[in-house]
Design a protein around this ligand. Structure first.
Ligand SMILES: Cc1cc2nc3c(=O)[nH]c(=O)nc-3n(C[C@H](O)[C@H](O)[C@H](O)COP(=O)(O)OP(=O)(O)OC[C@H]3O[C@@H](n4cnc5c(N)ncnc54)[C@H](O)[C@@H]3O)c2cc1C
Length: 347
């Protein structure tokens, strides 16, 4: 399909990065097909708060109408072993919106703008033809880390966001639309008691909360109205910085994964789409050859994210290891923990 004189762009992966890029390209009249292995709408394992999404990315991708009613979160309460440790005021509000709603809105807007969305279409992840962009999420890795998430109602929070540190685990609670709270945890695999026959998916989350010492949180979740349909799990979550792929354009998690505690993975997915937008438009309009386009996008992505990823990965072990957490508690009590500079380094 060639529209006017424009070359078509193919995007592999209809997550935030792929859909946002597809939508922005369509608004520039670039013909775009997004191939998505699953279908819409669906729940995804995600903390569902978007930290540090800058106004210029929102404007470049024209996302204001899609994010208009997202909740604005201003403070994060950090807990260690059930006890509040520090309340952090965010330099800019984080957005609270479910992936179920956000992805569905992006998919609808993309199709309404004339994009072709092929659901249940899994594409081989080899380099492919010119004009192919990879937005297929995290690269598969073997890892002991996995994520669990569920929505619940009637679960009052101690702040806009709660982050609970535990042994080899942390769990975020974030308010989202319709008076719901998203509970999402990152856990290291460990032996736990087997589930009973026919037990709901959220039982696994409860058992992991208990096994990692978050018994108070488990008790709160037991007292809430859990939306079982929203439960989901993802395995093989790895934070190793993947080797660059100079032969192709990868955006979002496919380019690089930031640890979930930053709440910045979704902002990075959107920012990487914004980085790729002009070079891909130029290629589509015949103003740049494909190898130069790939090189430009990769150079700009590395410039934009390199420091942030290094800092976020350096800090990550402090959140997971009980001995280092004790140091964090001490530093935050004595006000030695520079929350604001750390936030700026990792976002
Ligand atoms: C436990 C956990 C908690 C998190 N919490 C937060 C948070 O609170 N805030 C935040 O900002 N970020 C968070 N993140 C990170 C965030 O979810 C990701 O950074 C974000 O989803 C990346 O978007 P993406 O579009 O790159 O990838 P995805 O959203 O993963 O989308 C990739 C898409 O590609 C499709 N796909 C894959 N392979 C193929 C193929 N071969 N062919 C076709 N389609 C394919 C997949 O089905 C998927 O729909 C969290 C991550 C985890 C694991």
């Amino acid at each position: 399909m060639i529209q006017g004189d424009s070359q078509p762009v193919e995007i592999v992966g209809g997550g935030l990065a792929g859909l946002a890029l597809g939508l922005a390209l369509r608004r520039r009249q670039v013909p775009v097909t997004v191939f998505e292995a699953h279908d819409f709408p669906r729940h995804r394992v995600c903390g569902e708060f978007i930290a540090a999404l800058d106004a210029s990315t929102i404007a470049r991708l024209d996302l204001a109408p899609i994010l208009e009613d997202a909740l604005r979160h201003r403070e994060v309460v950090w807990y260690r072993q059930g006890r509040p440790m520090q309340t952090q005021r965010l330099p800019a509000p984080a957005l609270g919106i479910s992936r179920h709603r956000l992805d569905a809105r992006l998919a609808e807007a993309f199709v309404a703008a004339g994009g072709e969305l092929r659901e249940r279409a899994r594409i081989a992840l080899d380099a492919g033809p010119e004009g192919r962009v990879f937005a297929a999420g995290r690269r598969p890795r073997s890892s002991r880390w996995f994520g669990l998430k569920v929505h619940a109602r009637r679960l009052p929070l101690g702040g806009d966001l709660e982050v609970h540190l535990a042994e080899q685990a942390y769990v975020g609670l974030s308010s989202i639309e319709d008076a719901k709270v998203n509970i999402c945890g990152l856990f290291a695999r460990r032996p736990i008691s087997p589930d009973g026959p026919g037990s709901p998916g959220s039982d696994l989350l409860l058992r992991y909360l208990e096994a990692t010492g978050l018994t108070d949180l488990a008790r709160r979740l037991r007292g809430a109205d859990v939306d079982e349909a929203s439960f989901c799990a993802v395995a093989g979550v790895s934070f190793e910085i993947a080797p660059p792929r100079p032969d192709r354009i990868c955006i979002g998690d496919c380019f690089a994964v930031t640890p979930p505690y930053t709440g910045n993975g979704m902002a990075m997915a959107l920012q990487s789409a914004a980085v790729a937008l002009d070079p891909l438009t130029a290629w589509s309009q015949g103003r740049a050859p494909w190898p130069d386009t790939v090189a430009t996008v990769n150079r700009n992505l590395h410039r934009r994210f390199r420091l942030r990823l290094a800092a976020a990965n350096l800090l990550h072990p402090y959140l997971l290891d009980p001995r280092r957490q004790r140091w964090l508690v001490l530093a935050s009590r004595t006000r030695l923990l520079p929350f604001r500079p750390l936030y700026q380094l990792t976002h």
